[in-house]
Every structure is written in structure tokens, then in C-alpha cells.
Design a protein around this ligand. Sequence first.
Ligand code: ADP
Ligand code: MG
Length: 253
Amino acid sequence: MGKVISIANQKGGVGKTTTSVNLGACLAYIGKKVLLVDIDPQGNATSGVGIEKADVEQCIYDVLIDDVEVASVIKATKVENLDVIPATIQLAGAEIELVPTISREVRLKRALEEVSDQYDYIIIDCPPSLGLLTLNSLTASDAVLIPVQCEYYALEGLSQLLNTVRLVQKHLNQELKIEGVLLTMLDARTNLGIQVIDEVKKYFQDKVYKTIIPRTVRLSEAPSHGEPIIIYDPKSRGADVYIDLAKEVIAHG
Ligand code: ADP
Ligand code: MG
């Protein structure tokens, strides 16, 4: 059974999708079988691994709402060992359409169970909210990885996220663990970044990954080429740090 990891933070723009795509691709590069699951209606993880949204006939929406078999929506990517379940804007309706359905919080879990023995890691890119899609992701997961951007108010909103994690642990998924907190988009030229690192470490202590993701131009360019950094520029600093993160995630067992 593969380890299922949610990449979650209800704040937008903190590096969830960048981390999902590049952690997934780097785990695959190291030789792990990886399934990337896009459950954000914006579909940025989908396009980030080179899948044209216009070419997607069925996506995670059809699995969650219409009980379509999960194996039939999985697509291979140009990264060896990396598959993806795409999302399109159609998924925007799911947040509402799930409300009256039976076992609405466990639909993703049930679906992923059908294929989890084929993968070492299943990485889920969550939307920027704590709605039913994120609840489905946390319910399906063994662990949650929380990206935190190195900026003012970095910790803002995290108590809400941690509270949601506790509620999921209590009512939906006792096995859910906090895999770790990942500091992202560090600008080494400012003192602010260092202050934020101290603050986040004080709060989360040994839960903070040793790997810190710097802000780099190459990481921000890669998505527009539909390529994870390990393909777009394998010798870049961005590729190095996401490989380091992948190794840390593997070491966590
Ligand atoms: P989220 O999924 O949390 O909304 P994204 O991963 O989409 O966040 O990141 C938000 C924006 O910041 C995107 O344009 C992305 O390319 C850029 N970005 C993310 N991480 C980095 C980084 N380490 N260096 C430079 N740009 C980054
Ligand atoms: Mg995103």
C-alpha cells in the first residue's frame, strides 16, 4: 500500500502545487512509483506535469461524483514513474455537489484504495480552502505536509488548519499524522526570512523539514513549460532542494 500525503494549507500561493508537482516528480526520479492527485479545480498540478486540460475527458470530478473507476482517469506523464489523476474546472462544482451525497468525506479514500497497491507514494494537491475536497484528501491520507511561505503572517490561519486536522483525526481518520511543515519561497537576501524560520521552528519544533525551499526563478518558470523542475532544469538549485525534500520524506518512512 502506498503512503498517501496531502499537501494542504487553505492559504493560496504558499507553494502547495509547486511542492506537489516537484516532490512527486523527485520521488519518481529517485525510483519510487508515484501517483499525483489534483483535487484543486484550478488544475495547476495537472498542467504542471504537462497534461493539457483541454485534452482531459474524465477527471477526479467523475470519480468523486459519478463513481467512475479511478484506474480509467489515471494518465501517465513525461516523468518516468509519475502518473497523475487530473482535475479540470468541472471540479469546482464538486464542493457543492458532494454535500448531499452518501459518505461524502470518504469518496476519495475509497477511490484511491482501488489503486494504492500500485504506488509507493500518492501525493494530493489540495485546493486553497478547508471544504469537502480538502476533507476528502485528509480522510484519504496517512500524512499531511503543510507548506508555509516565508513571509509576514506566515503562521496566520495555521491554527484553523491544525484544528481541521484534529477534527479529521477524531471523526474521520485516526491514522492521519502531520508529516511535516515545509518552509517555502525563502528569499535569502532578507532578514525577514530568517525571522520567519525561527518563528515557525519555535511553533512546530521537530516537525519542520530540514530542507527549506528558496525562491528561485527556475521554479517559477517550470510550470509554464508543463515540466517539473527535475525535467525543466535538473541542475538547478530548485531541483536539488526538491530532491533533498524527497529524501527526507522517504526517511520519515
Ligand atoms: P499554491 O498551490 O499554494 O497556491 P503555488 O505552488 O501555485 O501555490 O505557488 C504560487 C506561485 O508562486 C506560483 O506562481 C509558483 O510558480 C510560485 N512559486 C512557488 N514556489 C516558488 C519558489 N520556490 N520559487 C519561486 N516561485 C515559486
Ligand atoms: Mg495550488
